[in-house]
Design a protein around this ligand. Structure first.
Ligand SMILES: [Zn+2]
Length: 111
C-alpha cells in the first residue's frame, strides 16, 4: 500500500489562509492581525494557496507544522464594542485587538 504524499503548511501560512479566506479579512487587516507587513502577508498567502491547491489537485495530504500548535487549538476572543467574536490559532496573549474595530477584545472561556 502506498502512503499518501504530503505537503506542508507552516502555522503562519495556515493562519494567513484562515484570516483571509475563512474570516474574510482584507490583506491589510490580516497582516496587522499577524503582526507582519502586508508585503510579507502577500508572500505567505500566495505560497499557502499554492500548497493547498497542489494538495487538492493532486490528492495530497496537508500537514500543518510548527511550534507546539495542533489543529483545533483555537483561542476565542470577544469584542465588547462591536460584539464580534474571532479566534486565533497562534497567539497566546490575553488580549487582542478586534480585527474589525480595533477595540481590545477579551478572551472567551471555551470550556
Ligand atoms: Zn470590534
Amino acid at each position: 500500500m502506498s502512503s499518501l504524499e504530503e505537503v506542508k503548511l507552516t502555522v503562519d501560512e495556515f493562519e494567513a489562509l484562515r484570516l483571509a479566506d475563512f474570516e474574510a479579512l482584507s490583506h491589510e487587516q490580516a497582516a496587522e492581525n499577524m503582526k507582519i507587513s502586508r508585503a510579507t502577508f502577500g508572500r505567505i498567502i500566495e505560497k499557502a494557496r499554492h500548497t493547498v491547491v497542489d494538495a487538492l489537485l493532486n490528492g495530497k495530504a496537508v500537514l500543518i507544522e510548527g511550534g507546539n500548535y495542533r489543529t483545533g487549538e483555537f483561542r476565542e476572543f470577544h469584542c465588547r464594542k462591536c460584539n464580534r467574536k474571532w479566534s486565533l490559532t497562534t497567539f497566546t496573549k490575553n488580549n487582542e485587538n478586534c480585527p474589525h474595530c480595533k477595540q481590545i477584545g477579551e478572551p472567551l472561556c471555551t470550556q
